[in-house]
Structure formats: C-alpha cells, structure tokens
Design a protein around this ligand. Structure first.
Ligand code: TLP
Length: 344
C-alpha cells in the first residue's frame, strides 16, 4: 500500500484537470507580460483576494521576500511573530538580501501578536532607531497549530498599523484554509492588508507557484524586484494554468482536509504516550507531542515511516501532520492504527 504522507500539504501533486490545463496552456513571454495564461491567473487572484493587482512568483518564500523588499528599504524594520514562517524558515532572506531588520514579538498560542505589543514596538522617529515600516501577520499560522486569524483581529491590526503610518503584509500561504475554516470570504481576511501572499502549491495542490496581491503601484514595484531575484519566468503559463484550476476548483474542498485533521487529532489524543489538545486543530495542521520517557520525536517518526506513515519532526518531542488532497478519511483511520502500534 502507498505511504500516507502527512509531512506537509506541499507534497500534493497536480490533479488530472491541472495536467490537462498545463498541457494545453496558451503561453507567451511573461517578462514582456505576454503570457495570456499568467495574465488570466493574476487577474483571477487579484479579484478573489479583493486587491487591484497580483503577481505570480515561484514560491511562498519568494512572495514574502519580494513583498518585504517592495515595502522596505535598507535599515527599515519589520515587526513580526517569533514563530512566523518569515522569521523561522526563510533564511533571514530579507536581512541577507535587503538589509531589512526584523523585530520579533511573541506569537500567542493562536498565532496572534498582542495589539499592545505591536503598538509598543513601533519606533518613534529618532536618529538611533531603524524606521518601523512593516507589520507581518501569518494566516493560517503554521507553527501555531495552523490557527486561522479572524477578520476582527486582522482589521484591528490593520487600523493600528495605518494609524502609525506603517504597512501590513499577510503571509497568507494558507489563507484559503483560514477562509474555509472561518466561513468568510478571503477578501475579507485580506482587506486590512496592504499586501497578501498566498500559495497555489500547498492545500490547493498546484505543482508550483504563489501569488502576491496588492495595489497597482505595489505590484509594479514587486514585479521589478521579482526580476532582480531571478523570478522573471518566461512561458510561465504552463504553471499558471494549474494555478487557475487550483483557484477555481480546489479551495472549497479544503473543508475535507480540516475534517480529516480533526479526526486525526481526536484519535491521537486517545493514544497513550501522545499528547495533543484536539481543540487546537482548526484547519489542516496537527501538532502533537511524544510524552513517553526515553522516546523522542525522531525515533517515533522513523518507526511510523517504516510502517508507511510519514510525519515531520518539528522539535525533540514534537511532530506535525498536515492533511492534504491525497489523504482520505480512511487513510486517517489506517494512520491512527499505525500510531497505536508504534506507541505500544
Ligand atoms: N511551509 C513549509 C515549510 O517551509 C515549513 C511547510 O511544509 O509548511 N509561509 C508559510 C506560512 C508556510 O508554511 C510556507 C511553507 C511558506 C510561507 C513558504 O512557501 P514555499 O515553500 O512555497 O516557499
């Protein structure tokens, strides 16, 4: 039997409809803005997220980097969560390549950053300080159990940021998961932000690609910067075609991944030696701990792997499972049986 791969939703392979669309895609040179399929995807993404314009980039990491470079100059400061993907998993690219200074604040368990902490971190105009320029939120919050950020919270941050003359960027790699989980429109989650990135290649199952959305001037700057970091792709309609299918067909089904995640979390909570609060799982990401003396996450991961269940170790005693398009409700039950065997 095939392995049940729960390491990430990035492992999803393109659907048949995507492969067909890719094979038949009308293409042109996108650096000349002449790829009709890329243009169509960018219009579609902008409309869906409720922003005037959008830009296709190679990855979520590139989207966050380009967005930071488009908002900030050298010596400017970003304010972001200490558990954020941008801070944790993107090699400090904004510092290395853009001279941008990150100011981290603690993420609460639900991925939010306390409003008063954001406000207190905004620097006054003083020759000693970097200029506070950009606040970055993440929705859903990967390292905080995939928790969705509500429109009320995002709106409050947006207001605060605007009052102080800063900009707001949302790393919305999984913002469609957030919208489905909260039963709101993506545009509502994106409205308070000056820029939003989202990934086509995670739960939406496209093979490659992320979108940056924002106003026309911002996207024009982002387009220039994308070129400078080597992201000017030519006949990119081949991948945009899959992105169009992803946006049109794959967002609504994310509720299935969320239900499967919940079932997995509830099942894991019943297995002796594992620790998880099933209520922490609101979307497709499940974090859980090993609580058995002398047993660490790497050993459990190796034993699970040997029995056809793949999860990701995320700390000495912590693992992550991410539900995705290729994992069915029956797979979840099979995986739980393997977990029980391994933990005996
Ligand atoms: N996250 C990956 C790993 O890098 C951890 C995963 O498997 O979850 N923002 C968020 C919130 C993300 O979770 C990720 C990918 C990205 C940005 C970066 O996207 P890519 O991998 O396309 O650069």
């Amino acid at each position: 039997m095939d392995a049940i791969d729960l390491r990430s939703d990035t492992i999803t392979r393109p659907t048949q409809a995507m492969r067909k669309a890719m094979a038949e895609a009308e293409v042109g040179d996108d650096v000349f803005k002449e790829d009709p399929t890329v243009n169509r995807l960018e219009e579609m993404a902008a409309r869906r997220v409720g922003k005037p314009a959008a830009l296709l980039v190679g990855s979520g990491t590139m989207g966050n980097l380009v967005s930071q470079l488009a908002h900030c100059g050298r010596g400017d400061e970003t304010i972001l969560g200490d558990q954020s993907h941008v801070f944790f998993y993107e090699q400090g690219g904004a510092s290395a390549l853009g001279g941008i200074h990150p100011r981290t604040l603690p993420n609460e368990m639900d991925g939010t950053i306390a409003l008063e902490k954001i406000e207190a971190a905004i620097r006054p105009d003083d020759v000693h300080f970097p200029r506070s320029r950009l606040v970055i939120l993440e929705n859903t919050h990967n390292r905080c159990s995939g928790t969705p950020m509500t429109p009320a919270y995002t709106t409050a941050v947006g207001r605060l940021v605007k009052r102080h003359g800063l900009k707001l960027h949302i790393d919305g790699a999984r913002i469609f998961n957030a919208a489905v989980a909260l039963g709101v429109d993506v545009a509502q989650l994106a409205a308070p932000a000056d820029s939003v990135t989202f990934c086509l290649s995670k739960g939406l199952a496209a093979p490659v690609g992320s979108m940056i959305c924002g106003d026309d001037a911002f996207i024009a700057r982002a387009r220039r910067i994308r070129k400078s970091v080597g992201g000017g792709m030519r006949q990119a309609g081949i991948i945009a075609a899959a992105g169009i299918v992803a946006l049109a067909e794959m967002a609504d089904r994310l509720a299935e991944d969320h239900a499967n995640a919940r079932a997995l979390a509830v099942g894991l909570a019943e297995i002796p030696g594992l620790r998880i609060d099933p209520d922490s799982t609101a979307t497709n990401i499940v974090y859980f701990r090993v609580a058995k003396k002398g047993l660490g996450a790497p050993a459990v991961v190796a034993q699970l792997g040997a029995q056809g269940v793949r999860v990701l170790p995320t700390a000495k005693d912590q693992m992550r499972a991410v539900l995705n398009y290729h994992v069915t409700a029956a797979d979840v039950q099979r995986a739980l049986a393997v977990f029980s065997r391994v933990m005996e």
